[in-house]
Every structure is written in C-alpha cells, then in structure tokens.
Design a binder for this molecule. Structure first.
Ligand code: PLP
Length: 367
C-alpha cells in the first residue's frame, strides 16, 4: 500500500465537471477582476460561517495584514501571537510594523494559552491573534473575555479551520475578524492563492473592501493608501463549487482522525488532545514522538508520506534573527519543532489507508 501525505489534484478529479463549468463561466463572462463570482462566493461563505460579511482577498497572509491595517495597528503597537504557528501569523504583524508578543500554548494543546495572554497584555497591546491550529479551535471564550476587559480586538487566524466549530458555533464570527486562506492544501483550497476575511462588523468589512482595491470605492478615486489584494474570480467560482463538498470532506477527515485516535492508543506516540468544546476539522493530524525523525523514515520506508508542521519555530527563523521578540523563551515551540509529525489525512485517503498507517506506527512502537 502507498499513502500520500497530500494529493491536491484529488478533489479536482472528484468534481471535475462542475469545476470546469464554473471556470468556463467566468472565462466567458469577460469579467476577470472582482465582480459577480467574487460577490457570490463572499455571500455563500458568509452564510456558511454564519457571519454577516465576507471579503475575498488575495491570500491568507493578506487577510491578516489587511485586518491589522483596518484596525489601525502599526509601528509601536504590540500584537499577541502564538509562539507555535505557521510563520504567516508573525509576518503579518511584522509587515504592518508592529511588535510581536508571542505567547506559548496551553500544556497538552497546540493552541495559545488564554491565561498567558492576559499576562502578556500591556498598554501598547492593540490586537490578539489566536490561531485555530491544525483545524482545532483555540479556546475562544477566555480570550474574548480578556479582549472585552481590555478593549483589544481579536483577529482569529482561521486559515486551517474551515468548517470547525467552537462550542457548537462555526468559526468565523466569534472574534472581531476571522482571516482565511484558500491555499490549495487547506480544507477549503483553491487552484492557486486566495483568502478572505469574515466579520459581523460592517464598518471593518467595508474598510477591508476598500483597502484590498487600491483604497478605492469608486474607480480612480482613492480614499486611503490601499493594496491590490483581490480574490481572483476564477478562484472564487471554483471555491464556491468546492464549498458545497466541504462538510463531506471534513467528515472524511473526522472519520480518519477517529481511526488514528483509536488505533494509536497503545502506541508510544502522544496523540492530539481534543477539548470537549471543540469540533475540529483536522486540517492536520499531528502526533508527537521523541524519535520523530526515525519514525518519519520508518514510515517513508513503508510508503507513507508525512509532514512536519513546523520544522523551525518562527522565533528561530533567519527572518527574525535580527528582530527577535523581547519577551523570552518559547520552550513549547522549540519542543514541537523537534517532535511533531503530521500523519496523512484528507479526502484523498480511505480509512483502510489510515489503518495501515496506524499499524506501521504500532509496529514502530513495538520494535
Ligand atoms: C496557510 C496559513 C496562512 C497563510 O495563508 P496563505 O494563503 O498561504 O497566505 C496563515 N496562517 C496560517 C495558520 C496558515 O496555516
């Protein structure tokens, strides 16, 4: 048996006729920037997330940058981010010139620790960015409480959490803004780059709508110094088709995660913990194993692809060598870089393939 870690072409092949039709419709429409296809995806995705507004942008990183801009976060301001995340969360803060204040995860979790957020707040804190890492919602209620108490907006980085729920309510409208990526490998992925923001705040949505399009509401009239960061209508049209299948694909991920959780119980790996309030969508299924590199090679020998998310923590990246955040050490982020391993998961796999992966890991444990 062979188990690919990823197969980005799988979902295209599965629904090729509908994707091709959506693509063709945009091609024939003659509208290649914004327009009906983008507006339609925005409406559909806002509905899906149960929020009032969605604005399509060029990428998940841009969604974060534009959100920070719309909240007037800039030089001299502090933004709380997880120490353990994909680098984009950090880069967005750096791009607007604000200072990073990384906060470690809660023990037994990959997500930011609300208690340590409270301790990291200063008079300069202007935003808190929890990340729903690996498709697992962060513990939002205590974060929102802190946000209210200190009047600091929350930007949820939901790039890995399309369709996830926190306490029975879809991710997308709990905080001030949620940001999304449609990078091909995400749970809802385009055939190229794409991103979006969702919010219940009409004013913020409008600000981002203007910012993404040269700071302009009306062509050639520029209200603010904006960007060119628009969701491509071809991508929007194809995303709208894929969105109809998202729940089904997420359900497959959940079934596969259940197989891993059950069949790896007696192995020597640390399994992801699932809080009872989380309905996770398993963008990644991440285990921990002190002999991670050995396990990864062992699985590769058995034709099983795996990933490491992420091999270098943000604070050890060369990009931050000369501008390290001032608030100390990040032992969890360092530890995870050494021992996390992402198992294959996604709509391209069968549960039998996951059983094969689990068996190989049990064999590795017993060797
Ligand atoms: C993918 C991702 C992003 C960035 O999205 P892009 O569309 O690749 O720019 C941001 N944050 C997290 C947590 C991500 O996983």
């Amino acid at each position: 048996m062979k188990v690919d870690f990823l197969d980005p072409g799988h979902t295209y092949r599965a629904i090729k006729t509908d994707i091709d039709a959506a693509y063709q419709q945009v091609m024939e429409s003659g509208f290649y920037i914004l327009g009906d296809a983008v507006e339609s995806l925005e409406d559909t995705y806002a509905n899906y997330c149960n929020v009032k507004h969605c604005v399509g942008v060029a990428s998940g990183l841009d969604a974060l940058v534009l959100s920070l801009r719309a909240l007037d976060v800039g030089p001299g301001d502090e933004v709380i981010v997880p120490s353990h995340t994909f680098i984009a969360t950090w880069l967005a803060v750096s791009q607007v010139g604000a200072n990073l204040v990384p906060v470690e995860p809660r023990a037994n979790s990959f997500n930011i620790d609300p208690e340590q957020i409270e301790a990291a707040i200063t008079p300069k804190t202007r935003a808190i960015i929890p990340v729903h890492l690996y498709g697992q919602p962060a513990d939002l209620d205590p974060i929102l409480k802190i946000s209210e108490k200190h009047d600091i907006p929350v930007i949820e980085d939901a790039a890995q959490a399309h369709g996830a729920s926190y306490k029975g309510r879809k991710i997308g409208g709990h905080g001030t803004i949620a940001t999304w990526s449609f990078y091909p490998a995400k749970n809802l992925g385009a055939f190229g780059d794409g991103g979006a923001i969702t919010t219940n705040d009409a004013e913020l949505a409008e600000k981002i709508r203007i910012l993404r399009n040269y700071g302009s509401r009306k062509k050639y009239f520029n209200e603010v110094k904006g960007f060119n960061s628009r969701l491509d209508p071809l991508q929007a049209a194809m995303l709208e088709v894929k969105l109809r299948h998202l729940d089904q694909w997420n359900n497959l991920r959940k079934e596969q995660a259940t197989v891993y959780l059950e069949e790896l119980q007696d192995s020597n790996v640390i399994l992801p913990a699932i809080p009872e309030w989380a309905d996770a969508v398993w963008h990644l299924f991440v285990i921990r194993q002190p002999e991670r590199d050995k396990l990864q090679s062992y699985l590769a020998q058995h034709n099983i692809g795996t990933g490491i998310h992420y091999p270098v923590p943000s604070h050890r990246q060369q990009a931050y060598a000369d501008s390290l955040p001032a608030n100390g050490n990040y032992p969890f982020a360092d530890q995870f870089a050494k021992d996390v391993l992402s198992l294959p998961i996604g709509p391209h796999l069968s549960t039998d393939q996951c059983r094969y992966v689990a068996k190989a890991i049990r064999d590795f444990s017993a060797r």
